[in-house]
Design a protein around this ligand. Structure first.
Ligand SMILES: C[S@@+](CC[C@H](N)C(=O)[O-])C[C@H]1O[C@@H](n2cnc3c(N)ncnc32)[C@H](O)[C@@H]1O
Length: 229
């Protein structure tokens, strides 16, 4: 079953009760055995999880899973692992996976920090996506931001050499902080020609939070960093 125990004290999310529909609740019960991966403190063997050897993309904080499901449908030769703590979003993603008949996606409902620490084997991912992570705009909440040096080090460990971390945000101060944190992170080089922010990947769907930012008149900043020795 999806897990909601989060022992760390400073987290990048607040567990909201949130409204969950009956269909989402049912999906969490009935579809979890097919698409869910329970959190456990041992490294996953991705070929065993997906039943094949294929390059794997991890999306962290996938929200309701629109982007994850669309990418997975477009790239059947790749596998997709999604991490999200918000149960209604996981329920929606499960329903979409069932509806589209996808077999190359698995979901983990747990804190991504702990999943990266305990459950992802070093060098096992080809790509990591973090789209519109909570910006925590108030100064006293900055410590909750996901993209900080220790978290980036966990991603570096999880990515294979040559793999890429893509990020996007509509919050300019966070975008600049991401650039600084990643620019200083061992094991990453900026994949944008000339450094700085990168072009928006043509393939990325406008996510729910991106659409919200656009309605508020926000710009969007994309970043791409490549794992290197
Ligand atoms: C601002 S929303 C963006 C959702 C989606 N990526 C989008 O662009 O619409 C951030 C999401 O990250 C999730 N999240 C935040 N911290 C997380 C963590 N440590 N582990 C897993 N999910 C997390 C939240 O539950 C939320 O759904």
């Amino acid at each position: 079953m999806p897990d909601t125990a989060h022992p760390r004290s400073i987290r990048s999310f607040v567990t909201r009760a949130g409204r969950i529909t009956a269909a989402q609740e049912r999906a969490l019960e009935e579809l979890w055995p097919a698409f869910g991966v329970d959190f456990a403190a041992r490294a996953l063997e991705l070929p065993a999880v997906f039943g094949r050897n294929a390059p794997c993309t991890l999306e962290i904080g996938f929200g309701n899973g629109e982007n994850l499901v669309t990418l997975a449908a477009a790239h059947s030769a790749r596998d997709y692992l999604g991490i999200e703590v918000h149960r209604p979003g996981v329920g929606r993603a499960l329903l979409a996976l069932k509806e589209r008949g996808l077999s190359n996606v698995r979901l983990v409902c747990h804190d991504a920090v702990e999943v990266l620490e305990r459950q992802i084997a070093p060098g096992s991912l080809d790509e990591v996506l973090i789209l519109f992570p909570d910006p925590w705009p108030k100064k006293r909440h900055h410590k909750r931001r996901l993209v900080q040096a220790p978290f980036v080090a966990l991603i570096a460990r999880a990515l294979a050499m040559g793999g890429t971390l893509h990020l996007a945000t509509d919050w300019e101060p966070y975008a600049r902080e991401m650039l600084a944190v990643l620019g200083a992170a061992p094991g990453f080089e900026n994949a944008a020609p000339g450094g700085g922010f990168s072009a928006r990947p043509a393939e990325r769907l406008p996510t729910r939070f991106e659409r919200r930012g656009t309605r508020l008149g926000h710009e969007v900043w994309d970043l791409a960093f490549r794992r290197q020795a």
